[in-house]
Design a protein around this ligand. Structure first.
Ligand SMILES: NC(=O)c1ccc[n+]([C@@H]2O[C@H](COP(=O)([O-])OP(=O)(O)OC[C@H]3O[C@@H](n4cnc5c(N)ncnc54)[C@H](O)[C@@H]3O)[C@@H](O)[C@H]2O)c1
Length: 325
């Protein structure tokens, strides 16, 4: 049996593909390379350059490989861009995935692990955030994932498509050969590292949030720990487990200024920054209660400290100054 991974040439997808192969799984990757890298996927892995709405290519994949589960990463994932360009988010993430889940049921695929996000919660009414916290997204990106969670619930009831929607908090870090390469890069940790390397000036958006030092607080989770959770989620479904929504985070929040301080410690560099206005769509404080992932999936992060996460990203950027080229 094989696992279809959409978006497997992207950041979290490529690390998960690497981990799946290491754990002995057969993997097939589909990615349209709109935001990913062909070289992030090993040549030995079957790769289809196609869109998630491409029913013909997907039909071919299901006839050529014995797929029994799918991990669906493919999406656009920039909160700020979703505020200024909502139509590409509703088209690519919402419409694209609605079509994709239809294609899954038409091909009798019954297990899907879906990349959801803490952005479905919006501004928290309670910290840490558990899975029953109200969902009221603060940006179009979060709404697209919210819609897809509701679609998956309806498709489970009507068609028996079982899902685990993993609501990740902030993915970060790297493995030795796979890391976070976005262009432009909107995420704070890689930008802090680029500033430490002298490659880019660092901008901080807002210092008047109701947090410890006024900057946004986030729960950073190592990408290798995320990958491990996906393997456990696939096994949960293969073992006949119910559909679930599960948070993935470390349960510890760091402000932007605390991240800069940690990065200065790890890299030994002084990191300058420029303060800018708040960015639309950013909640102040997002920290996970991930006890459900621990109890239900038996998942335990191996790299929980912010210093470990920053160190791994620093090592990756140092050893890959030109990305995958
Ligand atoms: N990075 C985070 O902190 C974070 C947090 C929560 C959730 N997520 C979710 O995790 C998933 C992966 O995020 P990432 O950071 O690895 O993003 P990424 O941009 O690095 O990877 C996404 C991949 O999907 C591909 N893709 C996009 N649209 C496609 C389409 N229509 N058809 C085929 N391929 C398509 C891109 O080419 C890219 O390779 C996304 O669904 C994102 O919403 C990410």
């Amino acid at each position: 049996m094989a696992i279809l991974v959409t978006g497997g040439a992207g950041f979290i997808g490529s690390v998960t593909v690497e981990a799946l192969v290491k754990s002995g799984e057969d993997v097939v990757v589909l990615d349209n390379l709109s935001r990913g890298f062909r070289k992030a996927v090993n040549d030995s892995i079957p790769f289809y350059k196609a869109d998630i709405s491409d029913a013909e290519t997907l039909g071919k994949i299901f006839s050529e490989h014995e797929i029994d589960a799918c991990i669906h990463f493919a999406a656009y994932a920039y909160v700020g861009e979703s505020v200024t360009e909502p139509r590409i988010y509703f088209q690519n993430n919402a419409v694209g995935s609605i079509n994709f889940f239809d294609i899954l049921i038409e091909n009798n695929i019954k297990n899907v692990v879906f990349s959801s996000t803490c952005a479905t919660y919006g501004e928290p009414v309670e910290i840490p955030i558990n899975e029953s916290h109200p969902q009221n997204p603060a940006n179009p990106y979060g709404w697209t994932k919210f819609i897809l969670e509701r679609q998956l619930e309806a498709y489970d009831d009507a068609y028996g498509l079982k899902h685990v929607a993993l609501r990740y908090f902030n993915a970060a870090g790297a493995t030795e050969n796979r890391g976070e390469l976005h262009d432009p890069e909107p995420h704070i940790l890689p930008n802090i590292i680029f500033a430490a390397m002298g490659k880019k000036s660092l901008k901080i958006f807002g210092n008047d949030y109701p947090t410890i030092d006024g900057t946004c607080v986030r729960d950073y989770i190592h990408v290798a720990d995320l990958a491990d959770a996906h393997i456990k989620a696939v096994n949960h479904l293969r073992n006949g487990g119910d559909s679930e929504k599960i948070n993935l985070g470390n349960g510890h929040g760091y402000s932007v200024l605390q991240c800069i301080e940690a990065a200065e410690k790890v890299t030994g560099k002084t990191i300058e920054y420029e303060l800018q206005e708040r960015r639309a769509g950013d909640p102040s404080h997002l920290v996970a209660d991930a006890s459900k992932a621990h109890e239900l999936l038996g998942w335990k992060p191996q790299f929980p400290s912010i210093e470990q996460i920053i160190q791994s990203a620093w090592d990756f950027f140092e050893s890959h100054p030109n990305g995958y080229e």
